[in-house]
Design a protein around this ligand. Structure first.
Ligand code: UDP
Ligand code: MG
Length: 310
């Protein structure tokens, strides 16, 4: 029976794959348990497929899924989770930015009884200020908007217990940010800090466009803030317009001069805009309910049972 599954998304990683395999294999062989390395070739255009073919011929523990085109790292991770057979599943990047020794520490934590072990980046070498800045903002904004208590400065380098993977796979949505879903499902979670080294070879694939798409997949499935915002704005505007109107009426009754007829336009327009925003907001809230239905997430997740037959 496979105990450990390592899942590795790979997009144009011809220079890293062999080094990754050579770094990981002796460590996992040393554990004296059955393991598998599942590479997901995410539509690479370099020699990634051929190198993986070679590794799979060499070692029966190497398993490979080749995508028909580039679907993105999140889709590749999902494919890895769906195919993993292990009791503990570890997601790692192919470029050795996730140190294999830290994966062993994660296994120790798992043996202590944790269901999710996050790799938390203490320092990030070889990354631009822009990348570090956007990552810093992303985690803080995500927490604020979605209310999900996502551990800061963690990426997709994590260990998952089998039951966590099963819970994540029961979530129906198409667009997903795995690290947000990992927080949503709960269970016993902890983090291990590590210094993130530079890429062993090649360059990052995360362009600004891909980063925006990633943020989008994290925010929209996990909050209805964007949909309820017009209602909140409408209510605020409505209250301000009514207050303004009352003030004007009082001023008019007391025969105080103020701006003439034009001034009345402000509370009137404000009031009308408030009505429109509130109607829009209410329709959006209905849409948000429909979205949750379509998403078809489980209503609850049972972590364990005692003396209960399946
Ligand atoms: N990756 C992928 N598909 C993509 C982009 C990236 O499978 O469209 C893989 C990539 O090969 C690597 C991991 O996801 O194993 C992380 O990507 P990268 O190193 O470019 O991101 P960074 O570490 O710079 O955030
Ligand atoms: Mg990387």
């Amino acid at each position: 029976m496979v105990k450990y599954s390592i899942i590795v998304p790979a997009y144009n990683e011809e220079k890293s794959l062999r080094l990754f395999y050579d770094a990981v294999t002796p460590l996992f062989k040393g554990l004296q348990e059955e393991y598998e390395i599942i590479f997901i070739n995410d539509g690479s255009r370099d020699a990634t497929r051929e190198i993986l073919r070679g590794l799979a011929d060499l070692d029966y523990r190497v398993k490979v899924c080749n995508f028909s085109r580039n679907f993105g790292q999140q889709a590749a991770l999902l494919c890895g989770l769906e195919h993993a057979q292990g009791q503990a599943i570890i997601a790692m990047d192919a470029d050795l930015q996730d140190p294999p020794e830290v994966a062993l520490q994660m296994i120790e934590k798992w043996k202590e009884g944790f269901d999710v072990v996050h790799g938390k980046r203490r320092k990030r070498k070889g990354e631009t200020i822009f990348k570090k800045g956007t990552a810093f903002l992303f985690y803080r904004l995500m927490r604020k908007i979605t209310g999900l208590d996502m551990p800061r400065d963690t990426g997709d380098f994590k260990l998952y217990d089998r039951k966590v993977v099963d819970a994540i796979l029961s979530m129906g949505e198409h667009d997903r940010l795995l690290r947000a879903q990992t927080t949503w499902v709960g269970f016993k979670q902890t983090s291990i800090e590590f210094d993130r080294p530079e890429r062993i070879a090649g360059e990052t694939h995360y362009t600004l466009k891909k980063m925006i798409k990633l943020a989008q997949s994290g925010v929209f499935p996990n909050t209805d803030y964007t949909l309820t915002f017009p209602l909140k704005l409408g209510i605020l505007l409505g209250v301000l317009s009514v207050a303004c109107m009352i003030t004007f009426i009082v001023l008019a009754c007391c025969n105080v001069e103020f701006g003439g007829l034009v001034a009345w336009l402000f509370p009137t327009m404000g009031g009308l805009s408030a009505v429109i925003l509130c109607c829009q907001g209410l329709a959006n809230m209905h849409m948000s309910m429909i979205y949750r239905e379509v998403q078809n997430r489980p209503k609850y997740i049972v972590a364990e049972t005692f003396n209960m037959e399946k």
